[in-house]
Design a binder for this molecule. Structure first.
Ligand code: ZN
Length: 382
């Protein structure tokens, strides 16, 4: 086994212990006191590892923290992006207890993404102990509201990313510990249709049926799907009508849009914004927008992956690439044109599910990979 991999393998028990501590600090996005507690914990840990830590208070969600090392060193920073919040309400730990079985660690948030935080901290800790922490700026961003679309963190994240030469998102790995080199972007839209109420028995012809209007729009929206090119336009909820004997005066449909390319986002967005009513006399309004651009598998992404693959090979690790239909903070940074790699976190399955689990053996491999990337990564010229 490669020296760096075996070094981190020896430290597996410590990584598991730190991960246990973090999982026990439950941290749902909507409980600021809980997320703050975990944020203080990681902030103190980073300080003990020689970092300067800046707190960015947030009233609505947990405070954000950014830890930095070697800020005086030349070159653009490598920015590690993590999040401390989970989708699991306080008390989940009693129903989904932390337990280790057959090389797997189970628990709420264990994979998404407390293991990613542990890997980031351990890579720094290990490099410091070996006297190999590279003389380059290294930053860790601790997000607190990623699971609710980073509403209160995205501005700061983008501000930090704009200064970085490389963004490494510590989200869970894809199957086989693959990196994620593409993620779909997301758009969310609501279409309100309006007609006119009328008695369904006495004067149905005097009504204008907003549900029928919504149905026309739903079928048209469905026709915009292009699964082969990774574009989906899914009508996901429908509400309408007020009583069984009334021609419905109003209806609402919600639409989830996903896409691999920014050009597709523009095409679908334009189509939705220009929806026109079909039923005579009906009207409609469109709300919503493209929320996140895609993390595109473009030339920049391919080059970044290939460099990382070579770095992995140098420590005896095979690295594959894959992608995800779900979005992460990597969508924001990639859409800014900043070199971004995602899925640097642990191997495991069941994120956002009751069987959420981490493969313990993946932790040292990922720490070794991250450590080696921190040492060897070369920002592309230009
Ligand atoms: Zn996550």
């Amino acid at each position: 086994m490669n020296d760096l991999v075996s070094f981190f393998t020896d430290r597996t028990p410590h990584m598991v212990e730190e991960l246990r501590q973090m999982v026990l600090l439950e941290s749902p996005t909507n409980s600021k006191p809980h997320v703050d507690k975990l944020s203080e914990f990681v902030g103190a840990t980073c300080q003990s590892l020689g970092a300067e830590v800046t707190v960015y208070p947030r009233a609505e969600v947990g405070d954000l923290r950014v830890a930095t090392w070697n800020n005086d060193a030349p070159g653009k920073p490598i920015l590690l992006v993590t999040h401390l919040d989970t989708v699991w309400p306080v008390g989940t730990i009693s129903k989904m207890p932390l337990r280790e079985e057959g090389g797997l660690l189970y628990g709420p948030g264990v994979l998404d993404m407390k293991s990613g935080v542990v890997i980031a901290l351990e890579a720094i800790r290990g490099l410091r102990e070996r006297g190999e922490l590279p003389h380059r700026p290294i930053w860790i961003f601790f997000n607190s509201d990623e699971e609710t679309a980073s509403v209160y963190s995205r501005d700061l994240l983008c501000e930090k990313a704009a200064q970085a030469g490389l963004v490494l998102v510590m989200e869970p790995a894809a199957e086989g510990e693959a990196l994620k080199t593409w993620r779909k972007g997301i758009g969310l839209f609501k279409i309100h249709t309006r007609g006119r109420a009328s008695h369904a028995g006495q004067a149905p012809e005097a009504g204008i049926n907003a549900v029928i209007e919504a149905a026309h729009q739903a079928l048209y929206l469905h026709s915009l799907n292009d699964y082969q090119n990774g574009t989906s336009v899914s009508v996901t909820t429908v509400h309408g009508g007020i009583a069984t004997n009334v021609i419905p005066p109003e209806a609402l449909i919600e639409v989830d849009v996903r896409f691999l390319k920014a050009a597709e986002a523009a095409r679908i967005s334009a189509a939705i914004q220009s929806l026109t009513p079909v039923v005579p006399g009906a009207s409609l309004t469109v709300e919503g927008c493209i929320d996140r651009g895609p993390m595109e598998r473009n030339e920049q992404m391919i080059a970044a992956f290939q460099q990382t693959q070579r770095i992995a090979q140098s420590i005896g690790l095979e690295l594959r690439e894959d992608g995800s239909g779900g979005a992460s903070d990597g969508n924001f940074t990639a859409a800014m044109g900043i070199t971004t790699l995602d899925g640097l976190g642990a191997g495991g399955i069941g994120l956002h599910a009751a069987h959420e689990q981490v493969q313990i053996a993946s932790l040292p491999r990922r720490a070794a990979l991250l450590a080696k990337v921190l040492i060897d990564w070369q920002h592309p010229a230009g």
